[in-house]
Design a protein. Structure first.
Length: 276
């Protein structure tokens, strides 16, 4: 896990008081990646150009883990939509950088990291249509490129928050995913919007509708005991949709919430997955 510079710490600590520009938010990700010898790569992926981060020194591996980012800065307030969904603190990137062993890469979501101003990135793609068919298709295509870049044949997908939904929906359409892992993952957005009493994601696919396809896939779903956004009950209700013999593992972490303390503890949590 890289040690954060004073500048990065300042950005993280003041994020709730000031709103960094999209360029400043991109700079946070660039700096985190550079500290670990990673670099950015823009992948043309059909309807969108997606930004990935991966090691600068080429690594070939049969098994590759790809981390998918959360929804980012989708909303400024409960009623004001953000003009750019680039995350203030890219937690999925920090998870990828903290993986203690094995090949890893990171994939951002549509319209993050500088693409939001383009004509094909209206705000519906980080609100009602954040898990739309074209979003999942673009992520799937970008994963193909990353897989080819590493020469990998088997994939583990790790999704944080809304990235958990993307990871599950992508896994449901592929045959090369051997493990699905989510961290505070939004695995049933219909149940989530009902619980949060917010507008339904009318243009989005729902992972909860894919449980039959996902039955054979080994799954681990981490959730914080103190998470009031994606609660343990929401994650458990997704797991309960599966037959008893194929039920995903739900790992509820005491003291954790939606953001704390996943990146800091990820090396230990990763080894917990590897040991199962």
């Amino acid at each position: 896990m890289p040690r954060l510079s004073p500048w990065l710490l300042c950005v993280f600590l003041t994020a709730c008081m000031t709103l960094p520009s999209p360029a400043e938010r991109r700079g946070v990700a660039d700096t985190l990646a550079r500290m670990q010898g990673w670099h950015a790569l823009t992948i043309p992926a059909g309807a969108f150009d997606l930004v990935a981060y991966l090691p600068t020194v080429p690594t070939h591996a049969q098994r590759l883990t790809i981390y998918l980012e959360g929804d980012g800065l989708a909303w400024i307030t409960g009623t004001q939509v953000s003009s750019d969904p680039t995350p203030r603190d890219p937690l999925a990137l920090r998870l990828a950088l903290a993986q203690p062993a094995g090949a890893a890469a990171y994939l951002g979501r549509p319209c993050q990291y500088g693409d939001a101003e383009s004509s094909h990135c209206p705000s519906r793609y980080w609100t009602s249509h954040r898990f739309a068919p074209e979003v999942i298709a673009a992520s799937d295509r970008a994963i193909d490129d990353l897989k080819q870049h590493f020469g990998a044949s088997r994939l583990t997908l790790v999704g944080y928050s809304g990235g958990g939904a993307v990871a599950a929906l992508v896994a449901a359409r592929r045959t090369d995913v051997e493990r699905l892992v989510t961290v505070a993952g939004n695995l049933d957005h219909q149940a989530w919007t009902s619980y949060q009493r917010i507008h339904p994601l009318t243009g989005s696919l729902n992972p909860a509708d894919q449980t039959e396809v996902l039955h054979p896939l080994p799954q681990w779903h981490f959730v914080g005991a103190k998470d009031s956004n994606i609660t343990p009950a929401l994650v458990q209700s997704f797991a309960d949709r599966f037959p008893a013999g194929q039920r995903p593992v739900v790992l509820i972490k005491p003291g954790f919430d939606h953001r704390c303390c996943w990146a800091e503890q990820w090396p230990h949590l990763w080894l917990e997955i590897e040991a199962r």
